[in-house]
Design a protein around this ligand. Structure first.
Ligand code: NAD
Ligand code: UDP
Ligand code: UDP
Length: 321
């Protein structure tokens, strides 16, 4: 194929990474997927294993990596609060040492490098919807800081490697994304609600459920990744997410309706530093990438529910989840 590239995807066996690997292999590229399997699994990329364009390597990005590549997508990092708070020091190391190693690799190989940053860098935002120029409101010593501040430092490193060494960077700020292959025990709201509803167990609302999030279906997000990586001269940061905002309580009710569940709502305490509202301003992505999400929440939830139904069915039959 013309334009065939060698592409490294760190965190490639995770939720987003596995869809990205699939897309890049489908586009005719050679993909090296690097993962330490902290939250990702081989199962997520099993369907790619027979493809000669795909290679899987167990490796922790906090250690140096010497490979020859044309592009790097740096996704390695647990994304759910439950997972990133499990070992906060490891989360900071993954974000900071991982970024340094991947930037060092990009500098040596002159590869273009994409960073999966996050809406969490806006913290509990005082500006709504969040626009890229907003600098955020993050508690640097709270339980979410290992992730939020780790990602902020990674952005700093990306822009310093860019200014100091001319590394060709692309920084995306990703807002809440959902879809098949989320870990069933991931702890994030969409997977929690779907698994609880399918089991007819109480659906756990933290706080009164009036906090808001904007949910992007995975296919839409991956299209945004690829467009940003291909864009000329746009280092970013660029918000990628769905601009339609929902209350968490509305999401719970929609999931119960779509699953036909007998679950009731159960109210639990709101975690510390949980942002009250979040919605991306995607004006820049629209203008510079011609990108916007196309999958509505109901349609995306239906596809995600079908995945979890099959997964839970397998678990019931003794297969591994
Ligand atoms: P995920 O937990 O499913 O995937 C993360 C992957 O990184 C896993 O496969 C994990 O095993 C791997 N990993 C973790 N630490 C590693 C290390 N030290 N070395 C090598 N591999 C390591 O999460 P995801 O939702 O797919 O998130 C992927 C990226 O996107 C993350 O960087 C996350 O911060 C970012 N992001 C995701 C969302 C979202 O809503 N899904 C939102 C904002 C940002
Ligand atoms: N590095 C890597 N692979 C490479 C090149 C560098 O993992 O192909 C790592 C290496 O461990 C180094 C880090 O990236 O510590 C930063 O590289 P840089 O060249 O910026 O720093 P230096 O090597 O000068 O410390
Ligand atoms: N949440 C909830 N019940 C759950 C899991 C999460 O009410 O079982 C809430 C959580 O408090 C937050 C929102 O849903 O307000 C999104 O949580 P998630 O962990 O998915 O993402 P993040 O807080 O990182 O945006």
């Amino acid at each position: 194929m013309n334009g065939r590239k060698r592409i490294l995807v760190t965190g490639g066996a995770g939720f987003l990474g596995s869809f990205l690997c699939e897309r890049l292999v489908g586009d005719g590229h050679d993909v090296l997927c690097v993962d330490n399997f902290f939250t990702g699994t081989r199962d997520n990329v099993l369907h790619l294993m027979d493809d000669h364009r795909f290679e899987l390597m167990r490796h922790d990005v906090t250690f140096p990596l010497y490979v020859e590549v044309d592009q790097i997508y740096n996704l390695a990092c647990p994304a759910s609060p439950v997972h990133y708070q499990f070992d906060p020091v490891a989360t900071v190391k993954t974000n900071v040492h991982g970024a340094i190693n991947m930037l060092g690799l990009a500098k040596r190989t002159r590869a273009r490098i994409f960073q999966s940053s996050t809406s969490e860098i806006y913290g509990d935002p005082a500006v709504h919807p969040q626009v890229e120029t907003y600098r955020g409101s993050v508690n640097p010593i709270g339980p979410r800081a290992c992730y939020d501040e780790g990602k902020r430092c990674a952005e700093t490193l990306f822009f310093d490697y860019h200014r100091q060494f001319g590394v060709d960077i692309r920084v995306a700020r990703i807002f809440n994304t959902y879809g098949p292959r989320m870990h069933p025990n991931d702890g994030r709201v969409v997977s929690n609600f779907i698994v609880q509803a399918l089991k007819n167990e109480p659906v756990t609302l933290y706080g009164d459920g009036s906090q808001t999030r904007s949910f992007c279906y995975v296919d839409d997000l991956i299209e945004g990744f690829v467009r940003l990586m291909a864009a000329d001269g746009l280092a970013g940061p660029v918000n990628l997410g769905n601009p339609v905002e929902f209350r968490v309580r509305d999401l719970a009710e929609m999931v119960i309706e779509l699953t036909g569940s007998r679950s009731r709502l159960e109210f639990r305490p709101l975690p510390q530093d949980d942002p009250v509202q979040r919605r991306p301003d995607i004006g820049l992505a629209r203008e510079a990438l011609g990108w916007e999400p196309t999958v509505q929440l109901r349609a995306g939830l239906a596809r995600t529910i079908a995945y979890f139904e099959a997964k839970l069915g397998d678990a019931g039959s003794g297969a591994s989840v």
